[in-house]
Every structure is written in structure tokens, then in C-alpha cells.
Write a protein that binds this ligand. Structure first.
Ligand code: SF4
Length: 84
């Protein structure tokens, strides 16, 4: 599973959305709970670990779940929470 970290905030470049073969990447919904979250998220139920998104991200905001930097650990939970 791949994870988009908060390094996406302020960019939302969305190159990742274009290359994802399973359409697993979406912006936060228009919902109170995500109102302030200006970034994209990866659906862990759909991601097939192809690595395409990570390589095109200009912010280097995307990591595998296992390699997310410690200071971005909350992003693992946030990406999953968005889709449950
Ligand atoms: Fe989509 Fe591949 Fe990125 Fe997973 S690793 S979110 S399948 S582009």
C-alpha cells in the first residue's frame, strides 16, 4: 500500500491521479471532517503497489506504507480513514 503524506498539501499536483492504473487516488471529499485537508489520498483497498504515483510526484510526497518518514506516520492512518 502506498501513502500520500502531508507534503502534498499546498501542491495537489495530481500527476499521480493521471498515472494510477486503478483510480485509487482522490482528493478529500467535501465533508466537514476533511474540510481543512488540502491534499490527495490513496485508497489502500485499491492500490496494487505499482509505484507509478511515487515516481511522478513533484513533491516527493508519496511513500510505501513501510517507508513513510516517522514525522509523517499519521498519514498512513489518514489515508486509510478517508476510505472507511
Ligand atoms: Fe495507484 Fe500504483 Fe500509486 Fe498504488 S502505487 S496508488 S496503484 S499509482
Amino acid at each position: 500500500t502506498y501513502v500520500i503524506t502531508t507534503l502534498c498539501i499546498g501542491s495537489k499536483d495530481a500527476s499521480c491521479v493521471e498515472v494510477c492504473p486503478v483510480d485509487a487516488i482522490h482528493p478529500a471529499p467535501e465533508d466537514e471532517a476533511f474540510e481543512a485537508v488540502e491534499q490527495l489520498f490513496i485508497d489502500p483497498r485499491l492500490c496494487i503497489d505499482c509505484d507509478a504515483c511515487r515516481t511522478v510526484c513533484p513533491m516527493e510526497a508519496i511513500y510505501t506504507k513501510a517507508t513513510v518518514p516517522p514525522d509523517q506516520a499519521a498519514s498512513v492512518r489518514e489515508n486509510a480513514a478517508f476510505y472507511t
